[in-house]
Structures are given as structure tokens and as C-alpha cells.
Design a protein around this ligand. Structure first.
Ligand SMILES: C[S@@+](CC[C@H](N)C(=O)[O-])C[C@H]1O[C@@H](n2cnc3c(N)ncnc32)[C@H](O)[C@@H]1O
Length: 309
């Protein structure tokens, strides 16, 4: 990965941006359909780009520009907040959005700050817009750190709770989570699945990882019927494909092998118990010797194991 300003740019960037564009298109299509059905709802789509970059990266559209291109194409009324902690990138982003014209610039706010310091304020300011309880604000928050683990997951979790209808999309290098866990073994570094759980939405979709960094997207939402986008490799984590993706992203090969051995042992144990056989000697005790003792042992094995010689 090389630097293109404060952003990391690599051969994988075009695929990320294509998938991101697809998610924006899907989300906006679904949003228009919801609003068509429920005419009484307030109609502004809220977008929060927490790690926005400079808008144009090495001549190509970055996430803020892709967002606005799709919003204008869909004709969706939107407002957008962009956090970027690098001063030069934030200034470039301001220029870039201004150049997109008043429809974009007047509906965008660029905040040169760490998102962890900015989001609390943004969320409380939002109460003055549209609905004071923030319950009818639909939209998307996007976090795309430079291949590091997600910083300030508590901030994202707070945003997710405060804005229950705003989905959260994260671009993650799953391999980084595993590398950090291994390198800082004693410091309790997070598992990716725990971080995704902490976002605090009811449903999760994951896009299959690629490249040795295991780049993947995770989309957290409270909407049970969010379209699965299988053609782009997105699956619900409750589907067999989604479970396999999350397992692979969350655990190293050794951890997966340990988990498999534990699962086999548990299945074995469950089978013995279901058949009424002692898990130690494999014999089925006589009827008056039932039930089996804790650990699935018959009376004889239980006595042998626990007697004090
Ligand atoms: C991978 S780039 C983002 C690229 C952007 N999503 C795009 O598609 O063009 C990450 C950017 O986030 C910024 N950044 C990283 N952590 C941040 C944080 N905690 N708060 C605000 N900006 C952050 C970096 O300065 C960098 O410009």
C-alpha cells in the first residue's frame, strides 16, 4: 500500500470503490422505495463519512465524491458530514466538494478532526434537524481506516445507537486484527467479530475478504430485510456463506482448527449422552444407575475418577 496524501492507495482500491458505489446505489434505491410507500416520512438521507480522505485520490473519485455522484444520480435529498483529521486532506476535500457545485457544497460539512471527538457534537446537533429524537433519520455511516483496526469503536457504537436507522459500513483489513492479536498477545486486543458486534445493530452482512490483507466490507443494520447483494459477495452472517466468511475473517487457521476440534468433541459428547452411554467407558449403565453423572459418567467411572486414594 502506498500513500496518496493521507490515504493509503493500492491495487485493491478500485475494487473497494466499485463495491462502495454498489452499496450506495443499493441503499439509495431501497430508501427511495421506502419513502414512496410511506409518504409521511421526512425525506433526507443522512451520510457520515468518518474517515473521508481528500475526495479525489490519485485522480480517482474517493468515497465523498462517489457518495455525491450516486446521490445526485438517484435524485435523493441528502445531507453529509465528512470527518478527516489530516489538515491538508480536509482542505482538499473542501475544494473538491465546492467544485461539485452548490447542490453538493451547501449540503456538506467538512470537519477537520478525529471522528472520535467530532461525532458526539454532530449527533446532538442533528436533533435540531428534522426530528428531535433522531428516530426517523435514515442514512449510512462509513468508516474506512487505512488498514488499521477500527479506532474508537465506542464512538461508532454511540452513533449507531443514537441513529437507529442509520446503517454502518466498515472497510476492514481482517488480517490486521489477527496480526495485532498475535503481536500484542497479553494486551487483550479485540477480535473482529467482537468489534462488529459492538456496533450494536441487529443484523450484519459481510463481503468475502480478498488479498492477503483480507480486505472486507461489513454492513451493520437494524433492518432485517436489507438486500443481501450476493452478486457482489455480500452475505448475511446468519447464512452458511456469511458464517464461513466471518469465521475466516475472525480467526487464524490455528484458532479455526482448535475451534473445529472443540466442536467435534462436543458433538461426540452430545451423541454419547443422547444414547445414554458413559462418556468415559462407553458402556450403557443399567437402568437403575441412571441418570449419568456430571461430565456424562456412569457411577463406576465417576467413582474411579473422584475417589480419594
Ligand atoms: C483509507 S483513507 C479513506 C479513503 C476514503 N474513504 C476514500 O475512499 O477516498 C483513510 C483516511 O481517514 C483519515 N483518518 C484515519 N483515522 C481517522 C480518524 N480517527 N478520524 C478522522 N480521520 C481519520 C486518514 O487521514 C485518511 O485520510
Amino acid at each position: 500500500m502506498v500513500r496518496g496524501g493521507s490515504e493509503g492507495v493500492s491495487d485493491q482500491t478500485p475494487r473497494k470503490q466499485e463495491d462502495l458505489r454498489y452499496v450506495f446505489q443499493t441503499q439509495m434505491r431501497v430508501q427511495s422505495a421506502i419513502w414512496k410507500k410511506k409518504a409521511w416520512m421526512p425525506k433526507t438521507f443522512f451520510y457520515f463519512d468518518l474517515t473521508a480522505g481528500s475526495g479525489i485520490v490519485r485522480g480517482e473519485a474517493g468515497s465523498p465524491v462517489i457518495f455525491w455522484q450516486e446521490a445526485l444520480a438517484a435524485g435523493l435529498p441528502c445531507r453529509a458530514w465528512f470527518c478527516e483529521r489530516d489538515e491538508r486532506s480536509a482542505a482538499n476535500l473542501g475544494e473538491c466538494l465546492r467544485a461539485m457545485g452548490p447542490d453538493v457544497w451547501c449540503r456538506s460539512r467538512v470537519i477537520c478532526s478525529d471522528y472520535a471527538s467530532a461525532i458526539g457534537r454532530i449527533v446532538s446537533d442533528l436533533r435540531a434537524i428534522q426530528d428531535p429524537k433522531n428516530e426517523w433519520k435514515y442514512g449510512l455511516a462509513y468508516v474506512d481506516p487505512n488498514g488499521t483496526v477500527i479506532e474508537s469503536i465506542e464512538t461508532i457504537s454511540m452513533l449507531s445507537r443514537e441513529l437507529p436507522k442509520v446503517d454502518v459500513l466498515a472497510n476492514i483489513a481482517a488480517a490486521t486484527y489477527k496480526r495485532c492479536r498475535r503481536a500484542f498477545r497479553d494486551e487483550g486486543r479485540p477480535y473482529l467479530a467482537d468489534h462488529l458486534g459492538q456496533i450494536g445493530k441487529k443484523h450484519l452482512l459481510v463481503r468475502e475478504p480478498y488479498h492477503r490483507f483480507q480486505w472486507m466490507f461489513a454492513l451493520a443494520t437494524n433492518w432485517a430485510d436489507y438486500p443481501e447483494m450476493k452478486s457482489r459477495g455480500f452475505f448475511r452472517v446468519t447464512s452458511p456463506e456469511g458464517m464461513a466468511i466471518l469465521d475466516r475473517a475472525n480467526l487464524t487457521a490455528d484458532e479455526r482448527s482448535d475451534k473445529w476440534i472443540e466442536a467435534q468433541a462436543q458433538a461426540d459428547y452430545d451423541l454419547f449422552i443422547a444414547e445414554g452411554m458413559c462418556y468415559h467407558c462407553g458402556f450403557k449403565p443399567a437402568e437403575d444407575d441412571f441418570p449419568l453423572r456430571p461430565g456424562g459418567l456412569c457411577n463406576g467411572c465417576d467413582y474411579m475418577m473422584h475417589r480419594e486414594d
